[in-house]
Ligand binder design. Structure first.
Ligand SMILES: [Cu+2]
Length: 376
């Protein structure tokens, strides 16, 4: 047997026997169970999804196609649903020259987190969460980000943005030892959907341990007269922005036995979190996803939306789409972009989204939008 096939089988076996033989059919069956939940039979479908008593064990282990049980979000100290809209906007002040200064503080902390029911991972975190806080600023502001290293290894913050070499967060320029602090300062530019991650060595290991997050710079509408309405809609806190349902999504994965291959995949850390707790979406309001791929050890990841198509802004640095009317995009490591779509013309229901690498979906990277008439 080919080595990759053996590996794939052994990785799949983590989720219970037989999954590999069922393949895509099984993904459909969770959708059927979920739709049943939406039509009113909450108990049966909920227990089917959890592998509960009302579903035969054999059926649930194979048919549900997702992890069994629930992660203790409280013990983790972060909740995947809350992380979707939990933007860290820092604190604002004014510089002597009248410019705005936006300040953030990030602390490195070593912490065991539960990434799938009963599966603990010894993470290195920014502010106690994986992914780290989703930083959000506005184009043209001065940014000041203080990093405090409470870990036992050297770490840094390396921003994908425009800044001086000494602010780059690489060895010799902002990688700091345990107990040390460093302040990264630069201007918020260019606008877009960016990221930050640790750039201490070995790089793959530091990133994979959980040291990454979104870094979104909203466009300043006054600088973009040709696309002012789009720019306003992207500016967090503006009336134009308020109608959008915005979400922060970080695609990540975990190599739980440290052999250089991932055992679990996810969007926002917890395997199948949005399959078990579908994301509520009001059908009359547009959806905007800030998406970044931070999966190590696999060269590529993807985002596929069911029953709908979307526009895509690669890296978020343009105000017109770089791809129009697609239902799948791929992202290399550190690639990111903005996804926009609406369910306005759809009937309410559960609409799936997932990586289209079937193995990633089976091992955790699959979720649901719960499209409703209005949000309660
Ligand atoms: Cu690090």
């Amino acid at each position: 047997m080919l080595k990759w096939a053996q590996t794939a089988l052994s990785r799949r076996s983590l989720l219970g026997g037989g999954i590999a033989t069922l393949g895509a059919t099984s993904i459909c069956s969770v959708n059927a169970a979920a739709q049943q939940a939406h039509s009113g039979d909450h108990g049966a479908a909920a227990s089917a999804m959890k592998g509960g008593d009302s579903a035969p064990a054999h059926h649930s282990a194979h048919g549900a196609m997702i992890t069994v049980g629930n992660v203790d979000n409280e013990r983790n100290g972060f909740h995947p649903t809350q992380m979707l809209t939990d933007w860290y906007t820092g604190s604002l002040s004014e510089l002597p020259d009248g410019r705005k200064l936006r300040s953030f503080e990030i602390t490195v902390e070593e912490k065991e987190i539960e990434i799938a029911p009963g599966v603990m991972f010894p993470a290195w975190t920014y502010n106690g969460r994986v992914p780290g806080p989703a930083l959000r600023a506005t184009e043209g502001e001065r940014l000041s980000i203080k990093l405090i290293n409470n870990g036992s290894h050297p770490h840094s913050l390396h921003f994908h943005g425009i800044h001086a070499a000494r602010m780059d967060g690489v060895p010799g320029a902002g990688v700091i030892g345990p107990g040390e602090e460093f302040v990264y300062e630069f201007d918020a530019k260019p606008f877009g959907c960016h990221l930050y991650h640790c750039h201490a060595l070995p790089l793959a290991r530091h990133i994979h341990k959980g040291m990454y997050g979104l870094f979104v710079i909203d466009p300043d509408p006054t600088r973009h007269p040709d696309h002012i309405e789009v720019a306003k809609s992207r500016l967090l806190g503006s009336p134009e922005n308020a109608r959008w349902q915005e979400m922060a999504m970080v695609m990540n994965a975990f190599d739980t036995n440290f052999d250089g291959e991932n055992e679990f995949y996810a969007c926002n850390t917890v395997a199948h979190c949005y399959a078990k707790e579908p994301i509520k979406v009001a059908k009359g309001r547009p959806v905007r996803i800030y998406l970044v791929n931070l999966v190590e050890f696999d060269p590529i990841n993807s985002f596929h939306l069911h029953a709908n198509f979307f526009d895509y802004y690669d890296q978020g640095t343009t105000l017109t789409p770089t791809l129009k009317t697609v239902d799948l995009i791929t992202q290399c490591q550190a690639q990111r972009g903005i996804i926009e779509f609406t369910f306005e013309e759809h009937e309410p229901g559960l609409y799936m989204f997932h990586a289209h690498q079937s193995e990633f979906a089976e091992l955790g990277w699959m979720g649901m939008f719960d499209v409703v008439e209005t949000l309660s």
